[in-house]
Design a protein around this ligand. Structure first.
Ligand SMILES: Nc1ncnc2c1ncn2[C@@H]1O[C@H](COP(=O)(O)OP(=O)(O)OP(=O)(O)O)[C@@H](O)[C@H]1O
Length: 324
């Protein structure tokens, strides 16, 4: 569905030097040699710290920006040359901006979108009914867009991007600023869209809940370069994430001794054990229970926030991107 081969994008910043009219040209490499493919039906999370090059990538994929070098194909088309044809096959939502008409009721905005995309009347009615039900739009279809809450507007924007039933949906921070309920509605909707309709989805977000809940594959880009590509389990491994078993024993004892298990903390009867990569927590617990009297037990995983923070900070060396 998407093919990017060694894509770069360089912006040239012109800055005035001194008082004269001379301006210094400073090139900024926003995207620096990005190669990846996304198959039909995938749900890809595209992550990276601020300024990493995510939006620039999306703008190139949708034909808004032309790459400086490299090759891009989306649905078999070159986005910058076939922008209009491509627009009929993809949907794009930028969380920070709306594509709807500010002063028009949501319903009229959607009718205009229908005309723009030349969606046939019958298909439009069916699709609108579906989207209205799934995104719960009914209560505010007659409300002018400017009076919609952020969550309502986002649902309206999603409907607008999907009226023409695109094969690919590109989302730039779709849950930004939404409350927990709206986030859950949007996430649930996207999960169904991908699972039931097979729509390919590329999502950029800083909300790691979106990634954990939705994406089977994650790509991380940093300083314009790909830093990671794999699933969540591979991301945990790459970040050196581990699992910890916290055991409360019947009485304080010296650090427990179990093959391959490291005791990282002892506080009275409570001991913290680090489980090796791939260890089966159940068998560790069984061996422990055979030798010690256990009162309570808890298993703790490094959270996705911590994993991504480690990768962004460069705590872990990810110079060799992991293949999906
Ligand atoms: N039109 C432009 N002109 C000059 N530089 C730009 C332009 N657009 C982006 N950049 C620069 O390119 C780099 C990548 O920006 P981009 O917006 O793609 O990052 P991002 O990963 O989307 O960041 P964020 O998470 O903050 O949205 C940044 O250094 C940014 O300043």
């Amino acid at each position: 569905m998407i093919e990017m081969t060694d894509v770069t994008k360089t912006f040239v910043l012109r800055r005035r030097t001194g008082r004269g009219p001379r301006r210094e040209r400073t090139p900024v490499r926003a995207v620096d040699g990005v190669t990846f493919t996304v198959d039909r039906g995938e749900f890809l999370g595209y992550l990276g710290p601020n300024g990493a090059g995510k939006s620039t990538t999306i703008k190139m994929l949708t034909g808004i920006l032309t790459p400086t070098s490299g090759r891009i194909r989306v649905a078999g088309l070159d986005p910058s040359r076939a922008r209009t044809t491509l627009a009929r096959r993809i949907g794009v939502v930028f969380g920070q901006r709306t594509t709807l008409w500010w002063d028009l009721p949501l319903k009229d905005s959607l009718t205009l979108v229908r005309r723009l995309y030349r969606v046939e009347e019958h298909a439009y009615r069916t699709r609108l009914a579906e989207l209205t039900a799934l995104l719960e739009l009914e209560p505010f279809l007659a409300t002018p867009v400017r009076q919609l809450s952020l969550g309502q507007r986002m649902r309206g924007d999603l409907a607008a991007a999907l009226l023409h039933d695109p094969e690919l949906l590109v989302l730039d921070e779709p849950t930004i600023g939404l409350d927990v309920v709206s986030k859950a509605t949007v996430r649930g909707f996207l999960a169904r869209l991908n699972a039931e309709r097979g729509t390919t989805i590329l999502l950029t977000t800083h909300d790691l809940g979106d990634i954990e809940r939705l994406c089977r594959r994650v790509m991380i880009i940093d300083h314009g370069r790909p830093a990671f590509d794999g699933d969540l389990a591979a991301l945990r491994r790459a970040a050196g994430a581990d699992r910890q078993l916290i055991v409360e024993l019947a009485a304080p004892v010296p650090p427990v001794e179990l093959d391959g298990v490291e005791v990282t903390g002892v506080e009275g009867p409570r001991q913290t054990l680090r489980l090796p990569d791939g260890a089966n927590a159940a068998s560790v617990v069984a061996s422990l229970a055979a030798r010690y009297e256990i009162r309570d037990i808890a298993l703790r995983e490094t959270g996705i926030e911590e994993i991504v923070a480690r990768l962004y900070r460069g705590d872990q060396e990810l110079s060799t991107p992991v293949s999906p």
